[in-house]
Write a protein that binds this ligand. Structure first.
Ligand code: IPD
Ligand code: CA
Ligand code: CA
Length: 250
């Protein structure tokens, strides 16, 4: 996993702030670059060379399905819009699912030199140092992060009223532009909570394990156990989870 993530990172570093081809996907501002595809190829090459029989789900190529009980879930650049604008808040995210359970995850932001890594039952780490979620029990002084979709027509749940509720409490609510980094920064105690609607498994696979292994809580907007194929993501330090759930579901 680490070899794969470093192979992708080398490509991101090479192209960052340089010239590369950018295309729109389903909407004008949902971008994909040639760097996403090159990073993806490099990551998949490493994984396939070691585990040719494993199942791969990766954002740009989709499913390379096999009957294996191991599934690699890959986002070759999370925060592509940031990357395309030269904003160094982006990363590569790789999660490994075994028998339907996320067992290992890595998220690497090569521009901040931050490598997050988690293994089920063994903890979460930032550059090899153990991670712990924040201890703050009060929503009133929480620092939060969220994200918004690029495609509003298709969305059943308008995220603005929820956003407004938190902002009207006078809370600092950030929008970094990379869900994988948002989750890792909850795991690191930088944020007390993160919520977003309509994410994909590659956005959350690794970050989800990071939050759990750092002692946080992650659920859907009803407070039910999370799985990475859910469309509702609420990740917190655990202590403000119920308060955030109440505001989100109101
Ligand atoms: C996006 C980022 C962003 C989130 C979007 C995602 P991408 O992923 O995670 O923070 O708000 O919903 O699509 O397109 O940069 O891989
Ligand atoms: Ca993504
Ligand atoms: Ca992506």
């Amino acid at each position: 996993m680490l070899r794969a993530i470093h192979a992708g990172a080398e490509i991101l570093r090479h192209y960052f702030e340089g010239t590369f081809e950018i295309q729109s996907k389903d909407t004008l501002n949902n971008l994909v670059t040639e760097v996403d595809k090159k990073s993806e190829d490099a990551i998949i090459d490493v994984i396939k060379s070691e585990f040719p029989e494993h199942f791969i789900l990766s954002e740009e190529v989709g499913e390379l399905s096999t009957s294996s009980n191991h599934k690699w879930i890959i986002d070759p650049i999370d925060g592509t819009v940031n990357f395309a604008h030269g904003i160094p808040i982006c990363c590569i995210s790789i999660g490994l699912e075994r028998d339907g359970q996320m067992v290992m995850g890595a998220v690497f932001n090569p521009f901040m030199n931050e490598l997050f890594f988690a293994e089920r039952g063994k903890g979460a780490f930032l550059n090899n140092k153990p991670l712990k979620v924040s201890a703050n029990p009060q929503l009133e002084i929480a620092c939060l992060v969220t994200g918004f979709p690029y495609r509003w027509a298709a969305i059943e749940t308008d995220p603005i009223p929820v956003f407004e509720r938190f902002v009207r409490l006078g809370l600092p609510v950030r929008r970094l532009g990379s869900a994988a980094i948002d989750l890792c920064w909850v795991a690191a105690g930088r944020f007390d909570g993160f919520w977003e609607y309509n994410l994909n498994p590659w956005d959350v696979a690794a970050g989800y394990l990071m939050v759990e292994e750092a002692g946080g809580r992650i659920s859907n907007f009803k407070g039910e156990p999370y799985n990475v194929y859910d469309k509702q993501t609420l990740a917190t330090n655990g202590k403000i989870h119920e308060q955030m759930l109440e505001l989100i579901s109101r």
